[in-house]
Write a protein that binds this ligand. Structure first.
Ligand code: ZN
Length: 310
């Protein structure tokens, strides 16, 4: 397999077959080898180390009687030694760390950070684990109620299903991932990049947008490029994908060949768009006058792969 995109790899075996085994899951909650990744609202608990921050993976004895917290956990999977890893969402309490017995060797080095803020500074495997946990937490927090009948929905199957509590409904709801296409449009030795007003100064990136119902990915690529820039594309070739749990996307990366070149910017979507040559992008300043997105993004990967693909 090619090098994976950032956020796309986790070292866990997801152990799908264990999710319906309630007794096994309950037993793992108190198991000495089990580890918990603490989530609080949009943040997760990390520990600073000599190599940078890593997820703080706490053992059950940090939490007292953890068996009462099953509904707030998501079973993420098994590590290489077979130990279970759960996320534990403490968003309902005002002070997430009060009442937790933090091991003294890491107590001074803990930090809570949003993944979006710290992601690019993490090791890839850690970032992948946190992206998985973050996506699950976002889904639970946004799907408290049944979308069919409006009754409360409860977490089940190790946190991978939400079940409607209305006995006349009992609808099952599954974690949601919204497909979005992101594409580098090329015209010979130059590529199309755009800029949104809300981005950091100087940042230019590939165009992107959500796939709509009843639309193929290729059609979504062509439509988004046409809407945002007025450019028509021909051949559309898949490159790679990336989980982007901010809040619930999977980014599907493409390269698309332009068949027209005159740009008409949709100013509701973009502040500007333009053609940029390979030579310019290889020597661009990388500062607030011109830069491309950070290395944890698939946009960076799409642009960089193209620059290296002469
Ligand atoms: Zn329902």
């Amino acid at each position: 397999m090619r090098q994976q995109n950032f956020y796309a790899s986790t070292y866990l075996d997801r152990a799908h077959d264990r999710r319906k085994d309630h007794d096994w899951l309950s037993g793992r909650l108190g198991e000495e080898s089990t580890r918990f990744l603490v989530i609080w609202r949009d943040q997760q608990l990390l520990v600073r180390g000599p190599q940078g921050a890593r997820p703080a993976l706490l053992s059950p004895d940090a939490f007292g009687d953890v068996s009462e917290r099953l509904a707030d956990t998501v079973f993420l999977g098994l590590d290489s030694a077979g130990a279970a890893t759960f996320s534990l969402d403490l968003s309902s309490v005002a002070e997430p760390l009060s009442g937790i017995a933090i091991p003294s060797d890491i107590a001074d080095d803990l930090l809570m950070e949003p993944l979006r803020a710290i992601g690019s500074r993490l090791a890839a495997a850690d970032a992948g684990l946190l992206a998985y946990a973050r996506g699950m937490a976002n889904w639970h927090s946004r799907h408290r109620f049944c979308g069919v009948c409006g009754a409360p929905a409860k977490s089940t199957d190790g946190g991978h299903v939400r079940l409607c509590t209305n006995p006349d409904c009992r609808a099952q709801h599954f974690p949601r991932t919204d497909p979005a296409v992101i594409m580098l449009v090329t015209d010979g030795d130059r590529c199309l990049l755009g800029r949104q007003k809300v981005w950091p100064p100087g940042m230019h990136s590939t165009l992107a947008g959500f796939v709509e119902p009843g639309e193929s990915l290729e059609h979504a690529v062509a439509r988004e490029v046409r809407e945002e820039s007025g450019i028509e594309v021909g051949e559309v070739i898949y490159q790679s994908s990336q989980p982007w749990p901010f809040p619930a996307s999977v980014m599907l990366g493409f390269r698309a060949k332009a068949v027209s070149t005159e740009i008409k910017v949709d100013t509701a979507e973009l502040e500007s768009a333009g053609w940029y040559s390979r030579d310019f992008l290889k020597s661009h300043p990388g500062d607030s006058s011109f830069c491309i997105p950070p290395r944890d993004s698939i946009a960076w990967r799409l642009i960089t792969d193209w620059l290296e693909s002469e």
